[in-house]
Design a protein. Structure first.
Length: 161
């Protein structure tokens, strides 16, 4: 597979993941483009069977680098923001709202672990933390997301009565 074919097939999922990390459509595009640019320079040495995994790590690393360069600013959901083409507004909005209260580190672990379906050991290695820290952080983050979802569901049910 040549690089152009790879980009066309991998772009949508990489962009969704980047958006889930940063909640900003423009920054998500930048993260994916940065990852793909660095991958293009090494494309001949990247094993084709592991290309997606390689770029996925590059997206996460680009996000982590962006956090190191600046202090993260919480982004509230903007209803005027463009929608992602392959998810309904309801699905994207719900997922964004569930991830919004999480810290950047928690979001990174949740997206990498569950959206990319990466093993805990890989997440730990890439973030330079222990596997136990990945497990405990993911557990706390999921509990916070569940709690927020319960509060949101209760509030919605109260409004409809």
């Amino acid at each position: 597979m040549d690089f152009e074919q790879f980009v066309v097939s991998a772009w949508p999922r990489l962009r969704r993941a980047a958006y889930l990390l940063c909640f900003d459509a423009h920054e998500a595009d930048d993260l994916v483009q940065t990852a793909l640019a660095s991958t293009y320079a090494r494309w001949r040495s990247v094993r084709q069977a592991e290309a997606y995994s390689y770029v996925r790590r590059a997206v996460i690393n680009a996000y982590l680098d962006s956090l190191r360069r600046r202090r993260p600013v919480p982004v509230e959901h903007d209803p005027d923001r463009p929608v992602l083409a392959d998810h309904s507004v309801e699905e994207r909005s719900e997922l964004t709202e569930l991830l919004a209260p999480l810290s950047p580190r928690e979001r990174t672990i949740i997206v990498w672990r569950y959206y990319f379906d990466a093993p805990e050991a890989e997440v730990a290695e890439r973030l330079g933390i222990s596997t136990g820290t990945v497990k405990s952080t993911a557990s706390r983050a999921l509990a916070r997301a569940r709690s927020a979802a319960t509060v949101q569901t209760t509030a919605t049910e109260g409004e409809s009565r």
